[in-house]
Each structure stands twice: as C-alpha cells, then as structure tokens.
Design a protein around this ligand. Structure first.
Ligand SMILES: O=P(O)(O)OC[C@H]1O[C@H](OP(=O)(O)OP(=O)(O)O)[C@H](O)[C@@H]1O
Ligand SMILES: Nc1ncnc2[nH]cnc12
Length: 191
C-alpha cells in the first residue's frame, strides 16, 4: 500500500521525496521513463525523510534482517538497518558473492535475471524486510521474497521508495505486504 493511505496522508515529507526524484525519458532505452533517485540522495532532507519514514515504520516490528536488492536497494537498506538495529543483507546479482549462495531466477520485461544470497547470512525464523528503490512488475521483489524464504526467514514486508500506479490497488506481492512511499515523478514537474 502507499504510505499516504496508511497514516501519512498530507505528510510534507512525502511531497519532498517525490519532488527530489528526477525523471529521465527514454533511459536506458526508448519508451522508459527512468526514475532517477540519485537526485534524492543529493537532497539531505529528502534522503533523511525517506530513511526516517522506513525506520519509524519498522522499528517496533522485531525485524532483525533488512535485505537490500542490488543495486539501488543498497542505497537505502543499510541506513534503515542501522536505524532499527537490524543487520543488512545484500541480495546480489549472479557471481558477485564469494561464498555458497541460494539463487533465485526471475523474469524481466525481456529475458531473465537472478539474485543470490549468502548461505548463513540469515538464520531460520528471522524476521526480514526486503527493500528496493522501485517496484514496477514486482518480479524483482518477489524473487527477493522467495530467496529469503529459501533461507528460512519470515518476510514481514517489502518496502520501496517508488511504486508505479499499477501497484496502487495491490497490497501484496506473492502474499507479502508491500509498502510504497510515492508514485513515479511526472516529467512536466521535473528539473
Ligand atoms: O518491479 P520490477 O519490474 O522487477 O522492476 C524493479 C527493479 O528494476 C530496477 O532494477 P534493475 O533491474 O534495472 O537493476 P539495477 O538496479 O541493477 O540496474 C529497480 O531498481 C528494481 O530493482
Ligand atoms: N521506470 C523505471 N525507472 C527506474 N528503474 C526502473 N526499474 C523498472 N522500471 C524503472
């Protein structure tokens, strides 16, 4: 669900976060309206608002694992993990982790990709959230959920900064709650 429908209606932090996102038409290929969160990271207040909202939401949920999806989940996950007193676990693209891994393939618009998790990073029964910058089809986060479940974790929720409008009516991803801060930035409102 979107944060504004879940207790943060009218919260000025959501507007600050939305306005700090840049949209780049036709990147990385024609027809894609790329949501660029590097501008959000340049804006100390918007970046802090983003982390604070997630920390406020998850600090009392007995979460011991924040799993971030490569690459842009790594930009938010560690700060949230530190804020709630959890460990940060990277879910990486193939052949990046040196140890034994669990692997999970997933479908993209064209082709497939894969995420990996170090065996031993998570103990069975640990409560986890999965974090990323953006949810579009939900394929990437769903692979993250399955990967954590392979390790025996209990996935409490998926957290994203940006969610495409198609996920608006969608409160879950393969049965797990989805929490999204803002919709994609529109082109005519940009830098
Ligand atoms: O909901 P979905 O349709 O699965 O798409 C969302 C994913 O797409 C982007 O990553 P991308 O695959 O571009 O990888 P990158 O961050 O490594 O460039 C984004 O950061 C999410 O991880
Ligand atoms: N429009 C978009 N902007 C940034 N990352 C994405 N991942 C999938 N769609 C995206």
């Amino acid at each position: 669900m979107f944060a504004e429908e879940n207790g943060l209606k009218g919260d000025p932090r959501l507007q600050r976060i939305y306005q700090a996102i840049n949209v780049v038409p036709h990147f990385p290929k024609n027809g894609i309206m790329f949501q660029d969160i590097t501008t959000l990271l340049l804006d100390h207040n918007a970046f802090k608002d983003t982390v604070d909202i997630f920390v406020d939401r998850y600090r009392d949920m007995h979460i011991s694992v924040v799993a971030g999806i490569e690459a842009r989940g790594f930009l938010f996950g560690p700060s949230v993990a530190l804020g709630i007193g959890a460990k940060f676990v990277p879910l990486r693209k193939p052949h990046k982790l040196p140890g034994e891994v669990f692997s999970e393939k997933y479908s993209l618009e064209y082709g497939t990709d894969c995420l990996e998790l170090h065996v031993g990073a998570i103990q069975p029964g640990e409560r986890a959230i999965v974090i990323d910058d953006l949810v579009a089809t939900g394929g990437t986060l769903s692979a993250g959920i399955r990967l954590l479940e392979c390790a025996g974790a209990e996935v409490v929720e998926c957290a994203c900064v940006i969610g495409v409008p198609e996920v608006k009516g969608r409160c879950t991803l393969i049965g797990k709650p989805l929490y999204v801060l803002v919709e994609p930035r529109q082109l005519d409102q940009c830098f």
